[in-house]
Design a protein around this ligand. Structure first.
Ligand SMILES: [Ca+2]
Length: 339
């Protein structure tokens, strides 16, 4: 009878040993990745201390329910999970953490999205992570980074026979990428909205100083006269501008002939970054009046020259100027009044 009991116990031990021996797990290894349960539906985990990853693997193998493990190389903490990441939880990048998860029937788990929630990874970098399971099957998981705000909350519960400890860890990582598109609107262009075009020359042939004259009825108390030029490789010459209210002799432009030798009264701008844009030129041989004129060889795009003059709403004005063209192409000359 005593021998029978001993034999029976021996049989139980053998059976138990055999059942442990025949359990095998095919694990996918993810370096620097931590599995976290982020769903209250997942089962509680078990934390054990393991000397190394191999010991942690064995601990998982011995634990009949273990299907996922994480091993922290910094403190040898081995955490065993019942679930696999594709069921509950998520994978996050975490240095020194190795996550191994079970491969069922030789099938790799479904591709999983790994959230980057640590600042050690550049949020603008896209990295591909390749992992190899023990059956030499390779799966590639793409780490996707987000430029929007992301919040990751993880919770871990540890339960023992006598005490219950619940630890909830929340971490929030916010990555914000702001793209600012600055559109510079030069006042010399914006004020042209609603202006009246007096002159529009495109690819003009060369011409000597030619006077242009227009009548205009003012609609505002301050009226702007704007001239726009382009001539690649050659130049326009502008001189002797005049604005007078019809019936009077008072010149309303300041320095309309440029012969103060300064830009007094005038403003110019080059919003399109053209080269060889216009400038005040001293050359008595090529002026229409005095010694100075406006020389403009704006290349690649147009530039602008403008001046405001006082006006009376409803009153009529005569605008005149002299314009000379060389033989550069392409070229354009436009004159606007108003606004
Ligand atoms: Ca002049």
């Amino acid at each position: 009878m005593r021998n029978t009991i001993v034999l029976f116990l021996f049989f139980i031990i053998i059976t138990q040993t055999i059942s442990q021996d025949i359990r095998s797990l095919l694990l996918t290894k993810l370096n620097n990745i931590q599995y976290q349960c982020t769903n209250y539906g997942c089962s509680s985990s078990t934390i054990v201390l393991a000397l190394n990853l191999r010991a942690c693997e064995i601990a998982c193998l011995v634990n009949i329910d273990c299907r996922t493990l994480t091993f922290d190389q910094s403190n040898n903490q081995c955490e065993l999970f019942v679930d696999i990441p594709s069921q509950y939880g998520s994978l996050i990048i975490q240095a020194n953490i190795i996550t191994m998860t079970a491969v069922n029937n030789g099938q790799l788990p479904a591709p999983m999205t790994i959230d980057t929630t640590t600042s050690t990874y550049s949020p603008t970098t896209t990295t591909s992570l390749s992992t190899t399971s023990s059956s030499s099957t390779t799966t590639t998981t793409t780490i996707r980074t987000s430029t929007t705000s992301t919040t990751t909350t993880s919770s871990t519960s540890t339960t023992s026979a006598t005490t219950t400890t619940a630890t909830t860890t929340s971490s929030t990582t916010t990555t914000t990428t702001t793209t600012t598109t600055t559109t510079t609107m030069f006042t010399c262009i914006s004020s042209l909205t609603g202006a009246t075009m007096l002159l529009n020359l495109t690819n003009s042939p060369s011409q000597s100083y030619t006077q242009y004259s227009y009548n205009y009825i003012a609609v505002t108390t301050s009226t702007r006269l704007t001239l726009s030029f382009r001539m690649d490789s050659k130049n326009w010459s502008l001189d002797t501008l005049s604005v007078k209210r019809i019936g009077t002799s008072t010149e309303l432009l300041t320095n309309g002939d440029f012969d103060s030798g300064t830009m007094s009264g005038w403003a110019s701008c080059n919003p399109n970054n053209a080269t060889n844009f216009g400038y005040l030129q001293y050359d008595p041989l090529y002026t229409q009046s005095g010694s100075y004129y406006w020389k403009d060889a704006s290349t690649g795009a147009v530039d602008y020259l403008y001046q405001y003059f006082s006006s009376v709403v409803g009153a009529s004005y005569t605008i005149s100027f002299y314009l000379k063209a060389d033989t550069g192409l392409p070229n354009s000359a436009n004159v606007y009044i108003g606004s």
